[in-house]
Write a protein that binds this ligand. Structure first.
Ligand code: COA
Length: 463
């Protein structure tokens, strides 16, 4: 559905119904988050008993607010949400977020239907009920009641689970994944995943879209939005197992549906299904930081033969190919390696590899027209030098960006301990995707390959 969510994400005026002076209450936290946001807008607390909250003039009723209102956050018990929603209609409010729980997820289907009937007759865009709200990191607005400030970046996150969405804010920060917007959709009585995918497809601050879903309300609209989206869409669909499907029914009051059908439909639409949140973040980091792969032929560089084999297995199990080196590339790498080892793919630089061997081999593989992406790996052996490994990767990634020389993705893998970990943070904070697991690296490279294929399809359709 094509909805205009511009005033939803960038409101000029916000009211909080159920704003409270009591700092333990959700209505207090929501108001405070808006107030301390680095964002200019009019703010109206609404509470029948108060005249002032957090230094702001408080109105007894929404309809008493003098100006127009772009966004209303509702944080009152479920039973009194319908009359508040009617006030929103009367006041010509454009957008509403219903934080309150106690609807279909608690078995109160009739109360939820009542909300639907009120909305049907209006032009409002309504998020929820049973949601945390959203954090718009691109514009500095926090329209949620939860703590946590996301690192600003390019991933737009949509979560059907509130608590998981909140956890994702912290995890994303830990994983150095930058977020443009993060939003909970809860029971989805109006604003749906497809509306948000359509919006984020047009959002200049968003490069990658990630979703945690348990069910979708309108399968066709969801798939059409993914299909039409000009950006990679990563989907974690929960309820894969029989028991998991049962658990979704009691969580958001929704049916998980056949997992196979979901999987096939997401794939057909061009979405990328992820097994869990970490995989979503791994892939988001790769997609936001590296160019897509033009094909599935991968070159692997390592200083430890074992890690090279693990990467080869993981790549092949995920549909990537580790081709034999062409004679030209073989000759070039042979000149770089010490005499005791012969070039192969994976290229084993052996344990004492330093900056030069890493940098020169990476360059040769990037130059090879038969290689579409490179994975550079390092094991922290006794005499290996992690700083030289990370330094070489940083140099090659920077050069690529600067000169757009090869336009091929570079991912990194490492095995080691504390000393290595510090260097890994250097790479992560510079936006270089690096993973402590061959499997995670291969799955991320696969996502870059799938994105390359999606772009090719998009171009062909335009011809
Ligand atoms: N208009 C405006 N404010 C009103 C009101 C009205 N018609 N009627 C009552 N209020 C005020 C209350 O007086 C109270 O303010 P006070 O502290 O000054 O007394 C405030 O609204 C909140 O109402 P209260 O009854 O105290 O509810 P609460 O804050 O304890 O709980 C919810 C309200 C919405 C937080 C709670 O019902 C709920 O749903 N919690 C779960 C939310 C959640 O987890 N959502 C999903 C997240 S992922």
């Amino acid at each position: 559905m094509n909805r205009n969510l511009e005033t939803f994400f960038k409101p000029r005026s916000i009211a909080v119904v159920g704003a409270s002076r009591d700092s333990r209450k959700i209505g207090h936290a929501a108001l405070k988050n808006i107030l301390i946001s680095d964002y200019e807008c009019d703010i109206y607390p609404i509470n029948p008993k108060e005249s002032e909250i957090l230094g702001l003039k408080c109105y007894k009723k929404l309809t008493y607010v003098p100006g127009s209102i772009d966004l209303v956050l509702i944080s009152v018990p479920a039973a009194i949400v319908p009359p508040i929603l009617k006030d929103c209609v009367q006041k010509n409010v454009k957008n509403v977020i219903i934080i309150s729980s106690g609807f279909s997820e608690a078995g109160n289907h009739e109360l939820e239907n009542e909300l639907r009937r009120i909305i049907e007759k209006s032009n409002m865009c309504v998020l929820g009920p049973n949601v945390m709200g959203y954090k718009n990191a691109s514009d500095g607005l926090d329209a949620s009641f939860v703590f946590g400030v996301p690192r600003k970046g390019n991933l737009a996150l949509i979560s059907q689970s509130g608590a998981l969405g909140i956890g994702m804010i912290y995890l994303a920060n830990n994983e150095f994944v930058g977020v443009s917007k993060i939003i909970g959709v809860g029971n989805k009585i109006d604003i749906n995943d497809d509306d948000l995918i359509d919006y984020f497809a047009q959002d200049p601050e968003t490069k990658v879209i990630g979703l945690y879903i348990e069910s979708v309300k309108d399968g066709r609209a969801f798939m059409n939005s993914i299909k039409a989206c000009n950006k990679p869409v990563l989907v974690v669909k929960a309820g894969r197992s029989k028991s998991g499907a049962r658990a979704t029914a009691s969580h958001t009051g929704s049916m998980a549906g056949s997992d196979k059908i979901y999987g096939a439909a997401i794939r057909q639409a061009g979405g990328i299904r992820c097994r869990d949140i970490i995989e979503l973040f791994d892939r988001a980091r790769a997609l936001a930081g590296q160019p897509p792969a033009q094909g599935n032929r991968i070159g692997i560089i390592t200083n430890g033969g074992g890690l090279g084999i693990l990467l080869t297995d993981a790549c092949e199990e995920n549909g990537l190919v580790i081709p034999k080196l062409s004679s030209k590339t073989y000759k070039k790498i042979d000149e770089i390696l010490p005499d005791i080892i012969k070039p192969n793919n994976p290229v084993d630089l052996i344990g004492d590899a330093g900056f030069f061997r890493y940098e020169a081999t990476t360059r040769v593989l990037l130059e090879d027209p038969d290689i579409d992406g490179v994975i550079v790996a390092s094991v922290h052996g006794g005499y290996a030098r992690p700083r030289e490994f990370t330094g070489a990767i940083l140099k090659m990634v920077r050069e690529q960006k600067l000169h757009e020389e090869f336009n091929k993705p570079i991912l990194a893998t490492w095995v080691g301990g504390k000393e290595f970990e510090d260097l890994v943070w250097d790479l992560k904070s510079a936006g270089v995707p690096i993973y402590p697991s061959s499997w995670r690296t291969a799955r991320s490279m696969m996502a870059l390959y799938l994105e390359g294929e999606r772009i090719k399809r998009e171009k062909n359709q335009k011809l």
